[in-house]
Design a protein around this ligand. Structure first.
Ligand code: GLA
Length: 388
């Protein structure tokens, strides 16, 4: 569904819920990461792009100093007070909004409450950064409401803090950055240490980005994420580097005997993934798609074997894609995002989109007994204010 249609729907629903049209409408995109997985919290490189799927918030102030949020996706309503301060609470998704309000610079906390309807075309919990999109949409709404403009990096960090402190997930910065800073028709090579971004044009009409949602979310995702993060920190301590970004394959190899095998493998993934990510950005710039494809498959293998964040369903998608090969129109494929379910991303030849989609759909269902959801997306722009 187009963004305009969605925004119209959110506005209508707002009017139905609250008796008058919304004053503000904002839309923040989700993201798909082309390569550079689990590198962001190691000060490394990532190469995501925003997708044409959004969280939309329709809102207006109220006079009650409280916030009422209605989520179309879950059908739930959250109501909470701004005084004396915003606290964590139920339902779980409201914490992304609560956390951003709590961290937003004054005078937001002194001002009025608001009513909002939250609409989404992003699969909830599908690994396409729906939570970051909700945080970024909220921060942008608060900017509009208070007439302030935050520095984009400060804004991304504020959203990340909301996720750490209110949702309890020690995520990196990739998702929030992408939802704010993404550019249409570009992927972003983000250096997570210097926080600088290099736009990488994705304008070759012969190549299409396809996203395959396994429609699986394994429970382990959050606890295992935190575990991976601390294993990386442990490896960096042994290697005596500030972060795994600073380590080389040689340095790691020399320290093999000083760390547990599992920690060694985690570090090997991160160090090699950083190299692949920088190489992939160069290969895209050179339209060397065969190379990009190889790097994507290698990334998946490393995530499956060394980092152990894949799952049978994601592996099945990548195996099907790999078997199709270049002759079948498939350039490359890998899991994307945190892992343990969610989505795979693939690059396919545009003339083969229908064929590859049909095949992925059929074979995935045959092998797993589940239906995937498959869609393509152009690289989209970052968060937008649709009505102010
Ligand atoms: C999640 C996190 C990101 C990043 C990815 C893995 O999406 O929110 O910060 O760590 O996992 O690359």
């Amino acid at each position: 569904m187009s963004l305009d249609l969605m925004a119209g729907r959110a506005a209508e629903l707002f009017a139905r819920c609250f008796g008058h049209p919304p004053r503000w409408l904002v839309a923040a995109p989700g993201r798909v990461n082309l390569i550079g997985e689990h590198t962001d919290y190691n000060d490394g490189f990532v190469l995501p792009m925003a997708i044409e799927r959004h969280i939309i918030i329709a809102a207006d102030t109220n006079t009650r100093r409280q916030v009422t949020l209605h989520s179309v996706t879950t059908g739930e309503t959250a109501t909470f007070s701004l005084r004396p301060k915003v606290e964590r609470g139920e339902p779980g998704w409201s914490n992304y909004v609560r956390g951003v309000i709590a961290g937003f610079p004054q005078p937001r906390n002194k001002s009025a409450g608001f009513d909002a309807v939250i609409e989404s075309t992003l699969p909830y919990g599908g690994g396409l950064a729906s939570s970051a999109a909700l945080e970024v949409a909220t921060a942008t709404l608060l900017e509009t409401m208070t007439g302030q403009t935050l520095d984009p990096i400060e804004k991304a960090l504020l959203c990340q803090r909301a996720e750490h402190d209110f949702a309890g997930v020690p995520c990196g910065i990739m998702d929030q950055f992408t939802s704010i800073l993404a550019r249409e028709n570009h992927a972003l090579l983000l250096d997570c240490r210097s926080r600088t971004t290099t736009p990488v044009a994705m304008t070759d009409p012969t190549v299409t980005v396809l996203i395959i949602n396994t429609n699986i979310r394994h429970k382990l995702a959050e606890s295992e994420y935190a575990k991976r993060r601390s294993q990386c920190e442990a490896a960096a301590r042994v290697l005596k580097v500030p972060a795994l970004r600073d380590a080389t394959p040689e340095l790691l190899e020399a320290a093999r005997g000083q760390m547990e095998p599992v920690v060694f493998r985690r570090a090997r993934h991160v160090i090699s993934e950083n190299e692949r990510t920088v190489q992939a950005a160069q290969a895209i710039q050179a339209s060397d798609w065969a190379k990009v494809g190889q790097l994507m498959y290698a990334s998946h293998t490393s995530l499956r074997e060394d980092y152990e964040v894949s799952c049978p369903e994601l592996d099945t998608v990548v195996e099907i894609a790999h078997a199709m090969g270049a002759a079948g129109g498939m350039i490359g494929c890998r899991m994307t995002g945190g892992g343990f379910g969610g989505c795979a991303v693939s690059l396919v030849k545009t003339e083969a989109v229908q064929r590859t989609t049909r095949k992925l759909d059929e074979l995935y269902e045959q092998k797993t007994g589940r239906q995937p959801a498959i869609f393509s997306s152009r690289p989209a722009a970052g968060v937008r204010i649709l009505r102010s």
